[in-house]
Design a protein around this ligand. Structure first.
Ligand code: SF4
Ligand SMILES: [Zn+2]
Length: 345
């Protein structure tokens, strides 16, 4: 086990999950998304499972999803009770997104029987179901089962590639798989007629703001012919993670929203046909991507609007005095040897 893996594992050593009720999902809600080129309501369910197998082993440096997990096996009956609870709030949205804070296709999180029952029910109404999974669980067998249930409905899998750079993924993110693993999973998805959404991380730890912009733009360039959708994910500082450890010591600053806009503008130009979206968890807060506070809400609205409409013109009107500070940060950070990470808060 690498030093980084060991460090991430040790951070969770004394962690005890706070939530004890295995019959209730973490959350469910309705939000806007795009289905077949149209803006529609999408229903989102976050299941509470035992947790991501990789997180239970050591975990990614920025991921605190395990804070919502049970860390012990949840029975099939309880997972189905969570589904029942969520379905009470379902109003027939045509697009349903399922998150488990791990991998929907990992049998140790959700058994095939439960997975199939959930999908069976959803495809009665939904035209598209989206789930998430690490590449190692994306296999022909599992997709065959799923396609037998979903038939002509669209099935999408979101996977957290984070970066196309294997060095960054291994030494800054501790992701535990390679770019080739991701490409192989993408091939399996294509072969089985499923769609791929790829998460790209903005501002992994140990990268400067500028390095992170170039890393994200370069990643989208490399995957634009592989993925159907790119979801840009600016890191937010989640508790009990390596990012949280660095942030508390003033050695990490979440991305500037200027950087996020820069990535979206440049990537849309080169990867025009791929839908690029960006959900900013914790945006505008000190733990999330932010600018100077004054302009944060304007930026967040523009980024949400871009995610739905894909029109970079929405960014033309963005302006604020903090633009020069952001440029300064990008100019100076390289000669600061990491000591300028929190130059402007
Ligand atoms: S980012 Fe995904 S793979 Fe990494 S620990 Fe979190 S849930 Fe697991
Ligand atoms: Zn500002």
């Amino acid at each position: 086990m690498s030093v980084l893996s060991e460090f991430c594992r040790n951070l969770k050593k004394d962690f005890t999950p706070k939530i004890k009720d295995p019959t209730r999902p973490v959350r469910c809600w309705s939000e806007k998304d795009v289905l077949a080129g149209k803006i529609v309501d999408a229903f989102v369910i976050i299941f509470r499972t035992r947790g991501c197998s990789w997180a239970l082993n050591s975990g990614c440096t920025m991921c605190g999803y395990f804070n919502d997990s049970m860390w012990e096996r949840i029975s099939d009956e309880n997972l189905l009770k969570q589904f029942e609870t969520a379905m009470k709030r379902y109003s027939g949205e045509k697009f349903v997104k399922i998150f488990t804070s791990g991998s929907f296709l990992d049998d140790t999180e959700i058994k095939p029987r439960v997975r199939n029952e959930i999908l069976d029910k959803l495809v009665e109404t939904a035209d598209k179901v989206s789930v998430e999974s690490r590449p190692e669980y994306i296999t022909d067998d599992k997709l065959l089962d799923i396609k037998n249930i979903s038939q002509s409905k669209t099935f999408e899998i979101g996977t957290g590639l984070e970066t196309a750079n294997d060095f960054v993924r291994e030494h800054a993110i501790n992701k535990g798989f390679t770019f080739d693993d991701y490409k192989n999973a993408a091939d399996v998805l294509k072969k089985n007629d499923c769609e791929l959404k790829t998460y790209v991380l903005v501002k992994p730890p140990f990268l400067t703001e500028k390095e992170s912009i170039e890393d994200a733009v370069g990643t989208i360039e490399k995957i634009k012919t592989i993925t159907d959708v790119v979801s840009l994910n600016p890191t937010n500082v989640q508790r009990n993670t390596l990012v949280d450890y660095l942030w508390k010591r003033k050695q990490y600053r979440p991305a500037w929203l200027w950087s996020v806009v820069e990535i979206l503008k440049r990537s849309k130009k080169t990867a025009g046909n791929v839908r690029i979206k960006c959900d900013i968890a914790g945006g505008g807060g000190i733990r999330g991507a932010h600018n100077c506070r004054e302009c944060d809400s304007k930026f967040l609205e523009a980024i949400s609007s871009f995610s739905l409409h894909q029109d970079v013109k929405i960014f033309d009107d963005l302006d604020c005095n903090c633009y020069d500070k952001w440029l300064d940060q990008i100019d100076i950070e390289n000669i600061g040897f990491g000591s300028l990470v929190n130059m402007y808060g």
